[in-house]
Design a protein around this ligand. Structure first.
Ligand code: CDP
Length: 783
């Protein structure tokens, strides 16, 4: 049961979420709730073609339509130098199409009118003369020499974007040459979409008198948005205030700057009034950052006894029309080279080639920790292929290959230094809790009866906390994060952070961290995020980075306050500073029992009775540059039964044992795990964004792109082990992404395990019932 927020020493306790009363009672304030006087509404005309030359755009009828104040095309934006914008992965993207369109639903023109309906009606009156061009949706075909060149704006006349590699090619080749066993598996991680409940949107309010832009936007990274808008629009950065109100789910979808935002700012600049733009569901799914679309080939070299030696991975990354993945600059393929996972490989070599196709841009989103989802899925899937080939139990194979506890800090063959972990302990706990041996016995009995039951294991390693300034930046800005804490005279606290939560409970957990450090209760601490005029600069919330970065900043910032408080306490206790002892809730004087002052007493004195030589007030700011990333891990086990007649998979049990170091709030962590598992389940069984050969997006709505309901979702069992991060000030690691990173492989491994008596070694996600039904039928099972 959740505890009251008034508890002292709240660290590690399941304190009730401060944000729940507002969210559960419908009192959240989202960007669409921003309704201001004289606000105009914008709608965007989108391309019906995936690839077409634009011969002419006629906007005259739309301009004459009732209520219409402005119509913008790419040519209009070109005059404002806003026709193209930089992406977060070093590419450029059209804001409104100039000359040609490159994917279906691409932004072509915008109408601003007095009402949203008028703006949408006027869109129908814009005439665009398109000349269809050959379409490329298959990334492999895009690389063929005779493929049409999609990006004519680039000097490089090819659809190949970049090549990236990691590890030691030669050493890996040597290991493979001598290895007694080599398994190879092609694995596709399909195109999916984070699809948060609240789509993207903004209100741009440019005041012509003050030259100030107030920009309300549903954003996971408000400071990054401010900097990008300043660089694009020429408005000085201090004249831009980005406010990210409550965010109705992000999952990576709200990190990037989308064309609609730039057009809304341009319209507000032109008209000098407020312009609101809120996407439809279809616009969100079909044009904003998708996730994954990785075509991977994985090879493992091993000994006969299953001991792994080498790993070789080749990947084609389909980025769509623009390379708009939000990655740290030095990692064009994200942190995909964590693909050696939890296993002690001697050598590894990983290559990724990125490709343009006529599909929506994006690439990194959906709770993926910068492509760790693809990496974890690939290694966990291929380890099972190896187990199957060698007829070794998949749990046993993992035990034989885990990085051992005494090997940490562990340097991986692709250069990461894992901070801590105890993989053996976590898997042992998972096997015991699920009753692995009994399940295997049950499976054997069922197999004998011709039934299909499967058990799937995934023992993943995550990598979160981007990141150390030497290696991590976005657009040159180092990926530190920040906290600013101000203690008021009555001992109540406001803390502002550079991150921006989207439902993760920061208002509770960060209050717990600060309260713990200051001897207060979480109720005494108000957390504010999302307003760039007040919060210190931060890179935002995604990739489970908030706890490793801003969580650390919050703790260290509070410790800074405690150091100053100690000076004031010494004055109040009438002893020297060295004689002041802090016990977690109060300062006392060494050798003077019964004499103590609380942080509240000190706070009051900071404004009323400050000793000479001490600055009045009680506040601090901390910018935290993490020395390393944190490496959470987990052992997940899925148990499935397959219906022979329909191919439907029932997830009978699912156990997630997570290790995210010291836990701030167990209930919130459990909630994060439940949410992430539900998304992982959706990806494994029901989500895909396919395109037909003409580049039509076949799942641009929630009828075709499925989001699981409570009825579809299995019951989740959870547990945890605790291996603190040695370098994080409170020993915590991130957790938000872990369940989505770790679970798809457990589901697929379970289904393949069920079908393994038929010789099945791999099935690409999503595991639709028809796919399984077809396999069963091919083997004469359900004829
Ligand atoms: O960056 P994001 O907030 O999405 O991910 P996170 O840092 O993994 O945190 C998700 C939520 O779980 C936050 O409210 C964290 O404070 C909480 N958490 C926790 O209570 N203990 C941990 N060891 C890690 C996260």
């Amino acid at each position: 049961m959740a505890l009251q927020q008034t508890e002292l020493r709240p660290m590690g306790k399941s304190i009730a979420r401060k944000e729940d009363p507002r969210f559960l009672r419908g009192k959240g304030r989202y960007v669409d709730d921003v309704i201001l006087p004289n606000m105009l509404y914008m709608a965007i005309l989108r391309s019906p073609y995936a690839h077409a030359r634009i011969r002419r755009i006629d906007t005259s009828a739309a301009l004459a339509a009732p209520g219409v104040k402005l119509v913008l095309t790419g040519e209009d934006l070109a005059k404002m130098n806003l026709a193209w914008m930089p992406t977060l992965n070093g590419d450029q993207q059209m804001v409104l199409a100039v000359d040609k369109v490159l994917f279906q639903y691409q932004e072509v023109a915008a109408v601003v009118a007095e009402t949203r309906a008028q703006a949408e009606d006027a869109l129908q009156l814009i005439e665009v003369d398109y000349e269809p061009l050959p379409v490329v949706v298959d990334p492999f075909k895009a690389l063929e020499p005779d493929a049409p060149i999609l990006r004519e704006d680039r000097e490089k006349k090819s659809n190949h974007i970049w090549h990236w590699e990691s590890g030691d090619r030669e050493e890996t080749e040597n290991v493979f040459r001598d290895a007694p066993v080599v398994v190879k598996q092609d694995v596709r991680f399909q195109r999916v979409h984070p699809s948060p409940l609240e789509p993207c949107g903004c209100v741009a309010d440019y005041n012509t008198a003050t030259g100030r832009l107030t920009f309300y936007v549903t954003s996971q990274a408000p400071h990054v948005h401010r900097t990008v808008i300043a660089m694009l629009s020429g408005i000085p950065e201090h004249q831009i205030r980005v406010i990210s109100p409550d965010v109705g789910g992000g999952f990576g979808n709200k990190v990037g700057v989308y064309p609609g935002y730039v057009v809304a700012v341009a319209a507000s600049l032109k008209l000098g009034v407020l312009v609101k733009w809120i996407e439809t569901r279809t616009e969100n799914i079909a044009s904003t950052s998708f996730a994954r679309d990785f075509h991977m080939t994985c090879e493992i070299a091993a000994r006969e006894d299953g001991r792994v030696l080498g790993l070789r991975v080749k990947t084609i990354a389909d980025h769509g029309a623009f390379d708009a993945a939000a990655n740290p600059t030095k990692f064009p393929a994200g942190l995909f080279n964590i693909v050696t996972g939890s296993y002690d490989f001697k050598a590894a070599f990983v290559e990724v080639d990125a490709v343009y196709t006529n599909k929506a841009p994006g690439g990194v989103a959906y709770r993926c920790s910068f492509r760790v989802t693809e990496a974890a899925y690939l290694i966990e899937r291929t380890m099972d292929v190896l187990a199957q080939r060698l007829k070794i139990d998949p749990a046993e194979l993992r035990f034989r290959n885990f990085i051992r506890k005494d090997q940490f800090p562990y340097k991986s063959p692709t250069g990461w230094v894992y901070d801590s972990g105890d993989y053996e302990k976590t898997l042992k706990l998972a096997l015991e809790r699920i009753g692995y041996d009994e399940l295997r016995k049950e499976q054997a009995e069922k197999r004998a009866r011709g039934e299909f039951m499967g058990i799937g294991i995934s023992t993943f390693t995550e990598i979160v906390g981007g990141g150390p300034k030497n290696t991590f930046d976005i657009l040159g800005i180092k990926m530190f994060d920040s906290a600013e804490i101000r203690v008021h005279p009555t001992g109540k606290v406001i803390a502002r952070l550079g991150v921006r939560h989207q439902g993760q409970g920061h208002e509770t957990t960060f209050a717990q961290i600060i309260a713990e450090e200051l001897g207060l209760s979480a109720d005494d601490v108000l957390i504010e995020e999302g307003d760039t005029d007040t919060a210190p600069y931060g890179l935002g919330t995604y990739a489970s980075r908030s706890t490793p970065t801003a969580g650390a900043a919050a703790a260290l910032c509070a410790r800074r306050i405690r150091e100053k408080a100690r000076k004031i306490a010494a004055h109040l206790l009438e002893v020297g500073e060295d004689d002041v002892v802090w016990d977690g809730t109060a300062f006392s004087a060494k050798g003077l029992p019964g004499k103590s002052v609380t942080m509240k007493d000190v706070a009051f004195a900071a404004y009323t009775d400050v000793p000479d030589g001490v600055e009045p007030g009680l506040e601090a700011t901390y910018y935290y540059d993490p020395p390393n990333l944190t490496f959470p891990h987990g052992a997940y086990i899925a148990v499935v039964d397959i219906d022979k007649g329909t191919g439907a998979v029932k997830v009978r049990r699912f156990l997630a044992v997570d290790d995210c170091g010291n836990v701030i709030n167990p209930m919130i962590v459990e909630g994060q795990v439940h949410g992430g598992l539900t998304e992982g389940f959706a990806i494994a069984f029901m989500q895909d964004i396919p395109y037909d050969s003409n580049g039509n997006c076949l799942a641009p709505n929630w009828m075709d792109y499925l989001v699981p309901t409570a009825l579809d979702t299995p019951h989740w069992e959870t547990d945890r082990t605790v291996t603190p991060s040695p370098h994080h000030p409170i020993g915590a690691k991130g957790v938000g992404e872990s369940p989505n990173v770790g679970s798809p492989a457990a589901f697929v491994n379970a289904v393949v395990d069920a079908l393994s008596p038929l010789g099945v070694e791999h099935i690409d996600m999503p595991l639709y019932p028809w796919k399984i039904w077809k396999i069963l039928r091919e083997h004469g099972i359900n004829e």
